[in-house]
Design a protein around this ligand. Structure first.
Ligand code: 1HN
Length: 339
């Protein structure tokens, strides 16, 4: 039980009295006008050359009988070690590895999750009974409260990026979790019913998340190449729910960025946060005061309200982005500026 506020009628010292009463004098907290501004969070970078050997070591250290999921969570030091689910404000990211013959047991939770496949063949994620093959570059959704498990019947290691809204759901104290076996799930149409943009089974309108669970890389890459570049030469595609045109998940929104010119993209800043994964190529990004030199398979963050610009290397680059942007928009908190 929390201590009840105690009114010390005799306390002459104002600060002792207000502390005892559990109130705070706001005029003493903020200097200047307008209250607090977004606190600058530096961008953070996890290079593949550092993380990859740790994935192999995770396999030798831990079998799937001991680890529910073999995930290395990307814990941004800006938020402290105890906050190990926070890659950036509102977003979790981690790398998961599965070896041939292994499986990660079914479960479901109130957090939205997505998988972006980095390497390997033969693994699949089963989402509410739909089997989604995992090939490099594929985006696979495991929306909040859908049953999901990972299986691997192929050869060699399979590694993917997990991105979840864990910090946001934790901050709202709305974390629910249920272990499998999977039961009582709605049966959605096969992904192949959504193969043609502009044609959907009409019942799809009812779903709060995309009824399409797998966005294959071959098609996404082709669509990106066919997308007209903007003034600064960059191409942008958004992964959407085909039934609504909105974000793929209630609290995660995904984009592909294609950079094929050597010049920097237009600087912008946003109140949203993002985790970036370099699918192809190399280059650098300026985020606030920092410049990050990235290569294929690297992961880095784009924290809110820092000025951002990307510059590809000579061979161009493709970047996958998982962001809280649509959450901010629906909360009427999205502000964006471009130079
Ligand atoms: C989770 O359920 C998975 O299902 C991966 O593969 C990472 C991180 C935090 C909470 C739940 C998975 C996760 C997770």
């Amino acid at each position: 039980m929390k201590k009840k506020p105690e009114v010390r009628a005799g306390a002459n010292d104002f600060h002792t009295a207000i502390e005892d009463a559990h109130v705070v004098a706001l005029w003493e907290m903020f200097g200047g006008e307008g209250g607090p501004q977004p606190s600058p969070e530096p961008a953070f970078h996890w290079p593949w050359r550092v993380i990859e050997p740790l994935m192999d070591r995770a396999v030798s250290e831990t079998g799937m009988d001991d680890a529910e999921r073999r995930v290395l969570s990307l814990a941004n030091p800006a938020h402290g070690r105890d906050d190990y689910f926070r890659a950036t404000t509102n977003l979790n990211a981690g790398l998961q590895i599965l070896m041939p013959g292994e499986r990660a047991r079914p479960h479901r939770h109130s957090m939205d999750a997505l998988r972006f496949v980095i390497e390997g063949k033969g693994a699949a994620t089963i989402v509410d009974g739909k089997r989604c093959e995992m090939e490099p570059g594929d985006l696979i959704l495991t929306p909040a409260w859908t049953w999901h498990e990972h299986v691997h019947d192929g050869e060699g290691r399979v590694i993917w990026l997990d991105s979840l809204d864990v910090p946001l759901v934790q901050d709202m104290d709305a974390t629910f979790f249920e272990p499998g076996p999977a039961k009582d799930f709605p049966v959605l149409p096969a992904d192949s019913a959504y193969t043609m943009a502009g044609l959907i089974p009409p019942d799809s309108i009812a779903t709060a998340y995309s009824p399409l669970f797998r966005y294959p890389w071959t098609q996404a890459r082709e669509a990106l190449m066919a997308t007209p570049p903007g003034e600064d030469g960059s191409r942008v595609l958004r992964y959407v729910n085909p039934a609504t045109g909105g974000p793929v998940l209630a609290r995660l929104d995904c984009y592909l960025l294609g950079l094929d010119h050597g010049k920097p993209t237009r600087r912008y800043r946003s109140t949203s946060n993002a985790v970036c994964f370099v699918v192809e190529g190399s280059g650098s990004s300026t985020v606030g005061d920092e410049t990050i030199d990235w290569e294929t398979n690297d992961i880095f963050t784009l924290p809110h309200w820092s000025w951002i610009s990307h510059t590809p290397g000579p061979d161009g680059a493709k970047i996958f982005r998982s962001t809280d942007r649509d959450v901010m928009r629906r909360l009427e908190l999205l502000r964006e500026e471009q130079e």
